[in-house]
Every structure is written in structure tokens, then in C-alpha cells.
Design a binder for this molecule. Sequence first.
Ligand code: C5P
Length: 399
Amino acid sequence: MSLSTKRILLGISGGIAAYKSADLVRRLKERGADVRVVMTTSAKEFITPLTLQALSGNPVGDSLLDPSAEAAMGHIELAKWAELIVVAPASANLIAKVAAGIADDLLTTLILASAAPLALAPAMNQQMYKAKATQDNLTRLSARGVALWGPNGGEQACGDVGPGRMQEPLELVAQAEALFGPKPLAGKTLVLTAGPTREPLDPVRYLSNHSSGKMGFAIAKAAAEMGAEVTLIAGPVNLATPVGVKRIDVSSALDMHQTALSYAPGTDLFIGCAAVADYRPVASAEHKIKKSSDTLTVEMVKNPDIISDVAALGQRPTLVVGFAAETQDVEQYARRKLERKGLDLIAANAVGNGLAFGTDDNQLTLITPTETQVLPTASKAELAKMLLENLAKQLSKKP
Ligand code: C5P
């Protein structure tokens, strides 16, 4: 019973995905949660309060001005009762109201009046989701620490295809479990690098690579959920900062090197997930390079190896973990890299077979000086958890 006795307030706003909320109530209850449902007026056009009352076993709130409901459990009492508020589906309108701090019905009032963590599961037409106004609202909410669960992409009820599908009930339940779950990294500090670097050629051009940063961001998110204090040193990527993570944006390998060396000393964990450029142009031209000749030769110089320098620090992090993307003889090359760079663990992955760069799934083998553990092919989010669980175990054995 992973959610045993957890008091979860489920808010339902108006959207076709509201039919899935009935199943969500069941799944939360199955795991032991005490669920109370609050609906907006438009949600009732999609699913009846009676259904949700029967499934939750509790009266369903829908009005701020209902004297009998207020007499049973007043809205302030309900706001204090909740240990977690989940709004699923969260419509574009609901999201906009919460972002603006509007409290004009029971659900938005409860959200404003509660100190409980808030999670929104956006569900709307893909164009509404992509609209600048919605994106601005989500960015503001995320910066305030509101968890955004989803949305997923795919075919929509209106026939469009794109982002805006509500996460499935079991995905939402998994996130609630993570929120309440054990915190094996509580009190631990993690610094990690993620994404590509950009090596400037001139004021307008750079050399870079295809790293999406997804693996590193997934690790940062999972580590924060496991209770770690996370500093994410990110190369230029197009990804939202996970809730609770301190992010420092950098561009070149030299920037990343300097930032990593200033944050890593004395920490518990350092994970080098970035695809750092091995070389940079010897000098970045002061002005835009003109296409005056048929060939262009750029002299390159080796970048510092960030993770090796972190592993050699006087105040070395307790565990230093690297990644190795290889196209052949994965384990052999990775093991050599582990030794050469002075690492405690290297997560090796085969690239070039549809996995790794830019994808959501990955396959990792965890290699330490004494052991090899092959993880199953899974989403980067799941692999991040498996890697961190392994590291949490190792940290717990250290004095
Ligand atoms: O040597 P290679 O690039 O294959 O090693 C990969 C590992 O080393 C990754 O963990 C990566 O983040 C790290 N690395 C680094 N600084 C570099 C090159 C790689 O920290 N200049």
C-alpha cells in the first residue's frame, strides 16, 4: 500500500480527459490513499459527481458557497487536510487561473489556501498547450515549485496530434508514489553536468553535438525526488528545469569545467552526463569568418577533461560517476575509461542502434571497479532511478 493513509485532494477541471479521473480515484484508493474530490462547474459536464463520490467514498465538493458542505468540512479545513493536491485534468483555463492566483471557485480557492504540494496534469488541445500564454503560465508555475505531470503527446480527442494528452492514471499514481516515496538521497548533495557544449568559432558560429540533455535532466529530476540537493550544470538544451533543482546554464566546455570545479568540491555525488566537446577551436575569431577561400582549416586544441579533474580534486566528491557512449566493445572501453578517469562508476551505453542521443529510451550497463550490472532497456526516467538507487546504496556504505 504505497500511498497508505495519504490524504490526496483530487481536483478535476473541465476536459474530455475527466473520464480518466474516475479510474485515477480507484488506483489511488487501491494503494491506500484517502481521496477527496473537488470538481469545477465545467468538469461536471464531463463526469458526474455521483460517480466520483461512489468511487472515493467521500462527498464531492463543487461549490464554495454550499452551507451544508461547509458545515461538514469547510474549505479551509479541506485545504489543511490535504497532503497533496493533484489536478487531473488541469485545463488551460485552470492553469491560467492558478498561475494568476485567482480563487473564484472551490478548487482554485483550495489551491490558494493550501500549503500542500500541488501537481497539475495538463490536458488540452495541442494548440492550446503550445500557446504562448499557456507555456508562460506553466513556466511560472514550475518556477514556483508546482509539479507538472505530463502532458503526453499523441492523438487527441479532437483529432489533432501533439502534446496535450493527460498522463494515464497509472503514470499519475507513479508520480504521487515518488512524491511520498522513500528519500534514499535525503541530505545528500549532487552536482551533475548535462547536455552538449558549444565551442565558439567566431561570434556567430560554434561546434557542438546532438546531445539532448534528456538523460542528465532525468537524473536531476529523479535525484531531487529522492531528496538530494541537486545542482545541474546544463549546456544549451531545450528542456524545463526539474522542480527543486538548482540549474546553472553554461555554454562552452571551458565554462562547464570552471563551473563544475567550483561546485563539486565536498559534495556526495558528481555525475558527468554532459557530452563535452573533446576539442575547441584554438581561438574564436573576433569577427565573423568570411567565406573568402574554398577551404577552411580550423586548428583545435583539447578541452580539459572535466570529470577527470573533478575526480582528482583534493575535496573529491564521495562518488564520481561518468557516462560512456560507445559504438562497439562497450564494456571493455567503458572499463578502461573508468580507470583512466579515476571514477567510481561508469554508466555505459551502446549508441548507434536507435538508442541514446535524443531518444526517450536508453540501455545502460553500470560498471564499477569490481562489478558489472546490466540494466534493462527502459525510459531515461526509469534508468535514472535505477542508477541513483545503486549510488544511494553505495553512499550508505561509505563512512
Ligand atoms: O572520454 P569520453 O568523452 O568518452 O568520456 C565520457 C565521460 O567523461 C562523460 O561522463 C563525460 O561527461 C565526461 N567528460 C568530461 N569532460 C570532457 C569529456 C568527457 O567530463 N572533456
